[in-house]
Design a protein around this ligand. Structure first.
Ligand code: PEP
Ligand code: MN
Length: 292
């Protein structure tokens, strides 16, 4: 029997022997390009996505959009539906937030990415954004993944805080199997024994999934660290291990941010990060000459 959510792609087609073939792990070593508006992710150049954690006001998101664009970001981020640990924390502006993000995207010419938390919001979020983010907490929301598989929208699939690489790739498989090949993976830190930082940035997993899959992979050093002073260093390390880009949070006044202020870069720090990313990593000492 065919399942109903795979746009007619029969499961049986993909059974090879006893082991089901994985679409995510096919084309190993190749690098697929996912287009977000006119921005390619996974091509020869790495890309930077930037913007506020939450859309808070027209002035906040628009001023951020103009600054990050001038400094080199090519996609604007901003949350309208926020997955907050506490129900008493700011939950996002909802549809009004989507409108303000869209306005800022249109004013600057930047495509926008925003989080989708519920199956009920698929249409409205698709109407306002070029790319949809499945947040870490929803990585295994299979009902949501099945619905997003039916859209043609690029999906930014964050790794769950406690998800193994295999589980992360299985979630990506839901999207590809359901008919949506436009998937970008995002490592955003995982939970470990160490609580020195908000999460532990698993850069080895980035190198690993680059080897295992053809999907573009980006890194979010903001959520991975929770600490603005080390975001530039981690972003640089991400590109060094082969990430196709980074996504960072930027706020005009981080100390007044309604969410994730401690990890939000000021405009000035964002500029410094961009400069750092454009500077080659330290040269290795030349080999010593050998007496023959
Ligand atoms: C975010 O991008 O603001 C966010 C909530 O991310 P994550 O799902 O990685 O925690
Ligand atoms: Mn955030």
């Amino acid at each position: 029997m065919l399942d109903t959510w795979t746009n007619g792609r029969p499961i049986a087609d993909k059974v090879i022997g006893k082991k089901r073939a994985s679409l995510v792990e096919m084309k190993r070593g190749e690098s697929s390009i996912v287009w977000v508006g006119d921005v390619p992710i996974g091509g020869t150049e790495s890309i930077v996505i930037a913007g506020p954690c939450s859309v808070e006001s027209r002035e906040q998101v628009t001023s951020t959009a103009f600054v990050v664009k001038r400094l080199g970001a090519v996609i604007l981020r901003g949350g309208a539906y926020k997955p907050r640990t506490s129900p008493y924390d700011f939950q996002g502006l909802g549809v009004e937030g989507l409108r303000l993000l869209r306005e800022a995207g249109d004013a600057t010419g930047l495509p926008v990415v925003t989080e989708i938390m519920s199956e009920h919001d698929v249409d409205v979020v698709c109407d306002h954004a070029e790319m949809l983010q499945v947040g870490a907490r929803n990585m295994q929301n299979f009902a949501l993944l099945k619905m997003l598989a039916k859209t043609n929208k690029p999906i930014l699939l964050k790794r769950g805080p406690s998800a193994t690489v295999k589980e992360w790739l299985s979630s990506a498989e839901y999207l590809l199997h359901g008919g949506n090949d436009n998937v970008v993976l995002c490592e955003r830190g995982i939970k470990t024994f160490d609580n020195s930082l908000r999460n532990t940035l698993d850069l080895a997993a980035v190198a690993l999934v680059k080897e295992m899959t053809h999907l573009p992979v980006i890194v979010d050093p903001s959520h991975a660290t929770g600490k603005r002073s080390i975001i530039a260093a981690c972003a640089k390390a991400a590109l060094a291990v082969g990430a196709d880009g980074v996504v960072v949070e930027v706020h005009p006044e981080p100390d007044k941010a309604l969410s994730d202020g401690a990890q939000s870069l000021t405009f000035e720090l964002f500029g410094e990060m961009m400069e750092e990313l454009r500077t080659p990593i330290r040269r290795i000492r030349p080999a010593m000459s050998m007496a023959i």
